[in-house]
Design a protein around this ligand. Structure first.
Ligand SMILES: Nc1ncnc2c1ncn2[C@@H]1O[C@H](COP(=O)(O)OP(=O)(O)OP(=O)(O)O)[C@@H](O)[C@H]1O
Ligand SMILES: [Mg+2]
Length: 354
C-alpha cells in the first residue's frame, strides 16, 4: 500500500549553520519527488532525517498521519540508498540484498523468496553469487536498489542513485527505476544535481537552495514557469534579463528589455517592487531578418553547434548580450558577424523573483 509523506517545518543546524532551515513538503502516496539543488543545500540532511540517521532540531515528519520522529530508524519502514551505494565488499550480491531482512530477523524461509524477488525486479538474478568488486557500476547500483527494495519500505530514499553511471546507462536505469517505482507504488524521494534527470523521473520536483525549498511543482511547471532567478538558472535558462513593465494586456504583462518587447504571463510568485527579471530560454530569442517589424538589430558574436540546433551569442544594437537557440534544419550555422533582427517570444519567457 502506498503511503503519504508529510514534512512540516523541519530544521537542522550544525554548529549554528543551517543545513535545513524549515522545510515543509507533502508527497502524495505513491509519488516520486526529486530534491534538486546545488551541493550543500541540505538534500542529504533532509533524507537522513526521514531515515532516522539525523535528529532534526524542530519540525515533524508523518507517514499516513503517523509521527515518524518518535520511531528509531529500524522501525521506520524507510529504506535509503546512499550516495556511494556502500555495498558490503565481503558479502555476495544475495547476502548484500538480504542484509536488511537479517537485521529484521525475518526467518530464512520467508527471506529467500523475498531476496529472489528483489533480484528479479532489478534484473540481477544471475549475479547473485558474485561479490561487489566483480560488478560494473551499473550492476552495483542495481544491487543497492535491490537491497533497499527487499524490506518493502513505505518510503524509498535514493541519494544520487545514478551518480556513478555514465550518461547512456544512466538514462536507461532512470526509466527502469521509474517503471519499477510506479508498478510497486512506493512513495519515493530521489536526490539529484541533474535537472534533466529530475525532469525525466519525477511527479514533483522540489528545487532546494540553502536549506529551503525554493519552488515545488510538477516538472513541466518548474521547467516552464520558474518562480525565481535561482530556479530558472538551475533549470538551465540561458538569459536572465532586467526588464521594465510598460503595459498590460488582460492579465498578461508587457515588458521591455532594452528595445525588445514581449507580452508575458504574470509571475508565479507576486513581485511588488523594483525592476523585473525576465527568464528567457535561448529558444525564446527568435532570429530573423533585420527589417522584421518590432525586431531589434543584433550581430552574431559567437556560434556553436548543439546537434539538432545551433546556439548563438548575440550582441544587440542597444548593448545587450543574449543567447539564442535555433533549429538548424540540416543547414550550416549562421556566420559570426552576420547582422540579424531579433524578437522575444513572450510565451516562452517568465517573470521571476530576482
Ligand atoms: N554531520 C555534519 N556536521 C556538520 N555539518 C554538516 C553535517 N552534515 C551536513 N553538514 C552541512 O550541512 C549542509 C548540508 O549538507 P548536505 O549533506 O545535506 O548537502 P547536500 O545537499 O546533500 O550536498 P551534496 O549535493 O554535496 O551531497 C552543508 O553545509 C554541510 O557541510
Ligand atoms: Mg548529499
Amino acid at each position: 500500500m502506498s503511503r503519504r509523506l508529510e514534512i512540516d517545518d523541519l530544521a537542522k543546524s550544525y554548529a549554528g549553520v543551517d543545513a535545513i532551515a524549515g522545510v515543509t513538503l507533502a508527497v502524495p502516496a505513491g509519488a516520486l519527488i526529486t530534491l534538486l539543488g546545488p551541493s550543500g543545500c541540505g538534500k542529504t540532511t533532509l533524507m537522513r532525517s526521514i531515515a532516522g540517521f539525523v535528529v532534526p532540531d524542530r519540525g515533524r515528519i508523518r507517514v499516513d498521519g503517523k509521527d515518524l520522529l518518535a520511531l528509531p530508524p529500524e522501525k521506520r519502514s524507510t529504506a535509503m540508498l546512499f550516495q556511494n551505494y556502500s555495498l558490503f565488499p565481503h558479502m555476495t550480491v544475495a547476502a548484500n540484498v538480504g542484509f536488511g531482512l537479517r537485521m529484521q530477523r525475518v526467518p530464512r524461509t520467508e527471506a529467500e523468496p523475498r531476496i529472489a524477488e528483489a533480484l528479479r525486479l532489478t534484473r540481477i538474478t544471475e549475479l547473485s553469487a558474485r561479490y561487489p568488486a566483480q560488478l560494473s557500476g551499473g550492476q552495483q547500483q542495481r544491487v543497492a536498489l535491490a537491497r533497499a527494495l527487499v524490506t518493502r519500505p513505505d518510503i524509498l530514499l535514493l541519494d544520487e542513485p545514478f551518480g556513478a553511471l555514465d550518461q547512456t546507462l544512466r538514462e536507461q536505469v532512470q526509466i527502469e527505476l521509474r517503471k519499477l517505482q510506479q508498478s510497486l507504488g512506493i512513495t519515493t524521494l530521489v536526490v539529484t544535481h541533474d535537472q534533466l534527470e529530475a525532469l525525466t523521473l519525477s511527479d514533483l520536483i522540489a528545487v532546494m537552495n540553502a536549506g529551503r525549498i525554493e519552488q515545488l511543482g510538477p516538472p513541466i511547471e518548474i521547467y516552464d514557469r520558474p518562480a525565481t532567478a535561482f530556479v530558472a538558472r538551475f533549470m538551465g535558462v540561458e538569459n536572465l534579463l532586467t526588464a521594465k513593465l510598460v503595459g498590460r494586456d488582460g492579465d498578461r504583462l508587457r515588458v521591455a528589455v532594452g528595445a525588445l518587447e514581449a507580452t508575458v504571463a504574470p509571475p508565479v510568485a507576486p513581485i511588488y517592487q523594483g525592476p523585473l527579471t525576465l527568464a528567457a530560454r535561448a529558444d525564446a530569442v527568435r532570429i530573423g531578418a533585420v527589417d522584421v517589424p518590432g525586431a531589434v538589430g543584433a550581430r552574431i558574436a559567437f556560434a556553436s553547434n548543439r546537434g539538432a540546433s545551433a546556439l548563438y551569442e548575440l550582441a544587440t544594437d542597444d548593448g545587450q548580450v543574449l543567447q539564442a537557440a535555433e533549429e538548424r534544419r540540416g543547414g550550416a550555422l549562421r556566420a559570426p558577424g552576420t547582422r540579424v533582427g531579433i524578437t522575444l517570444a513572450g510565451e516562452s519567457c517568465s517573470i521571476v523573483k530576482a
